[in-house]
Design a protein around this ligand. Sequence first.
Ligand code: FAD
Length: 277
Amino acid sequence: MKRTFSIEFFPPKTEEGILKLRAARQQLAQLKPKFFSVTFGAGGSSQDRTLETVREIQAEGLAAAPHLSCVGSTRASIRQILRLYQTHGIRHIVALRGDLPSGMPDPGELRYANELVEFIRQETGDWFEIEVAAYPETHPQARSYREDLLNFRRKCEAGANAAITQYFFNTDAYFNFLDDCAELGLSLPIVPGIMPISNYGQLARFSTLCGAEIPRWLGRKLEGYMDDTASIRAFGLDFVTGLCERLLAGGAPGLHFYTLNQAGLTSTLWQRLGLGE
Ligand code: FAD
């Protein structure tokens, strides 16, 4: 099995952010990831920025995969985005439900990611390679682990080619999830999403929002470094390197790095893991 190593960015909002991302991309392109994915927000201007960022990546001769979420959208508007992506020769997409921003009450016409995947297949056949999201520690809104797992199966069976997980720090959660998926007959690659650790406050906030568990010992240790960012980064690198090593040794079909548009930690992890060799 060929493993897949990929990298995620968000579309920058400012000219300064655009320049910083270009520099980060130049550094990360040397690692030769399979693709760079670019996140997508509900609402017009942010969606344009996803396409602009993807176009820049393509223009540099690199493979790009825009994310696409369906929450708050109509079938017609999603069809339009799909056509646009096709026009620009985009063949790879990360299909999500997304989260409704506050102040946007209408959930839209497609309620869940499985409906979006089905719609993409209906509209465009096999044009796109489709990735979906997976939650080894359970999606925060799910009624139960089992229901979430069965909902994951729905979007796989609707036509996904592969999945990327929410980040996690506990390998047992991932391997248990893989076993349960195999039991349901799912054979698509489920690639772990990896969050490098650079800032405890930000990580704690993200983790509460997305339902990722920071093990107590890890949280207390990171918290204990207070403002000592050099120590947080050094310890975080050791911890995340170990996590990735255990995942790959246990058979993970690749890794997807959430870079938050920063090149440094992802580059170092990549080198420490020997992924370029
Ligand atoms: P779904 O798979 O639709 O699941 C959402 C919830 O609904 C779950 O609790 C599930 O159990 C339940 N559910 C699913 N299907 C059904 C059904 N048919 N009937 C009843 N219940 C159901 N967000 C963004 O806004 N932009 C991004 O670019 C983005 N990129 C992401 C990339 C990755 C790899 C990951 C892991 C997440 C990303 N997110 C992004 C966050 C994601 O949009 C949120 O986690 C969102 O809340 C769920 O999206 P989903 O596609 O997993 O939803």
